[in-house]
Design a protein around this ligand. Sequence first.
Ligand code: GLN
Length: 189
Amino acid sequence: MTIGVLALQGAFEEHMRMLHRLGADAFEIRKRGDLDRAFDGLILPGGESTVIGSLLRELQMMESLSEAVKNGLPVLGTCAGLILLAKEIEASEESYLGTMDISVVRNGYGRQLGSSEKRALFLGKEIEMRFIRAPYIKEAAATVSILATVDHKIVAAQQGNQLVTAFHPELTDDFTVHRHFLDIIRKSR
Ligand code: GLN
């Protein structure tokens, strides 16, 4: 199985490392032509959603990626990646891929409360969650499954082929989220 990791900005290297440690093939998506390669899953990393969003437009990749996800390509969006997938972003007219029926709050814990670490349940298993200027999911459609909440805020969810976390699983040594993503890919094939 091969996974394309969007590598325009942000924490893509850490995802690459995680995938290699799990024995999955991964390559970096840096330009439109990279989308011609065959891949079974896509990762949208954390970083700055506004920056990644403008680069996706500039490089004319937004439409193709959005279509691919709508057509069932399994995708994992972490932090900024979650924002890119959301249909609605609070206090913003903008959306990016806009494929997932969630509305999100950017910098949901205030800019000062930049980073935190928590241990909480993800799909019933306690894992370490690292938050960096993280968003949270404020509303989710009935077809979205809530996989984790912290302090009454939704921080991980899944809608069919789309998996999102507000935290950064690639910055820990816990493989739970990535393993779950690989399972989604296996089931989709
Ligand atoms: N605050 C960032 C944004 O709005 C997300 C932070 C992150 O990806 N760690 O895009």
